[in-house]
Design a protein. Structure first.
Length: 197
């Protein structure tokens, strides 16, 4: 498979981000901008395995993506874990977002005092031989209303230390503290050490 890529001309190492989510891709591009790693987006949808463990889901997704695309790539899996709901929706975050959405989450929390939550992202790298995962987490609280801005759960999640949700913060502020940034920084450090230019 051939992908026309600007990274080739810029002489950057290039890997693929395989996903259906362009919101994630925009963030990943900004986060990795200074790392010397070029990222191309390849639209890829896989059936997620049923597992409570994000690492297992991400690794399996990376395996299926590599079989299809055949180039070094990363995929990711993210979950929102709400403490007073015993970690729900966690690994089911995608299904829950599609079904009850942000309003449903606010309803579930309507009589709860504890609104603390955690976003966790697992990045899985796969080049056919090497398979690695990198995790990043950000603690925060679920807001009491759906704010403007962002995508997914961004309008109801305010990271610790801020009274603004990810949605209100906008991409630059979000990525300065986000779960995705923390996972990607770990990936970039490992990748640049192991695959020097
Ligand atoms: P998945 O990793 O695409 O399966 O994400 C699970 C769910 O969490 C989906 O509904 C996403 O929209 C949502 N999600 C993933 N990352 C973020 C984020 O950074 N902000 C808000 N929602 C997110």
């Amino acid at each position: 498979m051939f992908y026309f890529s600007i990274w080739f001309f810029l002489k950057l190492r290039k890997i693929i981000f395989a996903s259906t989510n362009e919101g994630k891709y925009k963030e990943i591009l900004s986060i990795l901008r200074d790392s010397g790693i070029g990222i191309d987006f390849v639209r890829f949808k896989s059936t997620e395995i049923q597992s409570e463990i994000l690492e297992d889901v991400a690794l399996e997704k990376s395996k299926v993506a590599y079989e299809k695309i055949g180039q070094p790539l990363i995929v990711e899996d993210t979950g929102l874990f709400i403490n007073s709901l015993n970690g729900f929706p966690g690994p089911y975050s995608s299904y829950v977002f599609q079904t009850i959405g942000n309003m449903g989450i606010l309803d579930l929390l309507s009589n709860k005092k504890n609104r603390s939550a955690l976003f966790r992202t697992v990045i899985a790298y796969n080049d056919g031989n090497v398979k690695m995962t990198f995790t990043g987490e950000t603690k925060g609280v679920i807001s009491d209303r759906i704010t403007e801005g962002g995508w997914g759960y961004d309008p109801i999640f305010a990271p610790e230390g801020s009274s603004f949700t990810y949605g209100q913060q906008g991409i630059t502020n979000k990525i300065s503290v986000s779960h995705r940034t923390r996972a990607l920084n770990r990936f970039a450090e490992w990748y640049c050490k192991n695959y020097p230019k």
